[in-house]
Design a protein around this ligand. Structure first.
Ligand code: URA
Length: 208
């Protein structure tokens, strides 16, 4: 399944700012958070609702409520910035965590931490990682969530590439992939080109 591109002028402009190598960590952090908040709006479009009648001061109103609770699962560490932004739009969401680091030789993810809310099976789950590069981290993270009972899973990234989308959609065809941009591809170090560099390093200012 192709990625769903969240193509909006505000998203394009903010993404350009954080791609710029001159953008310092404080502005980068703000940009990631704001982008995630903007993307939340589109990525939640397919959530189911149930009828929820309320009374306005004037009359009854046949309204709506979300059918299920929401769980955000950032992939550590770069996904944390996206969780921050999404929590601004979805303050009632619970947050789980998956810690994966990338083996720089094999480019494959190694899990070092996971902690999930107990209601994964009854929730709509959003997995967050700014970069969908090889797709292996997202694939592993989602496989782990499924073994813990999650079945309604969406994936949100800022920048993806064809290789990552192909890997993730082949491994988990049931998972909708939302991206602000799909770039050209990967370089020999499995970084997205043109991408924005190492999202974790830029977010946490650890590249100096
Ligand atoms: N992770 C990043 O932070 N950036 C990339 O380009 C690829 C993986």
């Amino acid at each position: 399944m192709p990625a769903i591109l969240i193509d909006h002028p505000l998203v394009r402009a903010k993404l350009t700012r954080i791609r710029d190598e001159r953008t310092p960590p404080d502005e980068f952090r703000r940009g990631v958070s704001e982008l995630a908040a903007l993307m939340a709006f589109e990525a939640t479009r397919t959530l189911e609702t149930i009828p929820a009648e309320v009374r306005t001061p004037v009359a009854p109103f046949p309204g709506a409520a979300l059918a299920r609770p929401i769980i955000l699962v950032p992939i550590l560490r770069a996904g944390l910035g996206m969780a921050d932004g999404m929590c601004k739009v979805l303050p009632e969401a619970s947050v789980g965590h998956i810690g994966l680091f990338r083996d720089e030789m094999t480019h494959r993810p190694q899990k070092y931490y996971s902690n999930f809310p107990s209601h994964l099976a009854s929730a709509d789950v959003f997995v967050l990682d700014p970069m969908l590069a090889t797709g292996w981290s997202a694939t592993e993270a989602i496989a782990l969530l499924k073994t813990h009972g999650a079945s309604r899973i969406r994936f949100i990234c800022l920048v993806g590439c064809p290789e990552g989308v192909a890997q993730l959609s082949a491994a988990h065809p049931d998972v909708l992939i939302h991206a602000a941009a799909i770039d050209d591809g990967l370089n020999e170090r499995a970084y997205i080109v043109p991408g924005l560099g190492d999202a974790g390093d830029r977010y946490f200012g650890t590249f100096l």
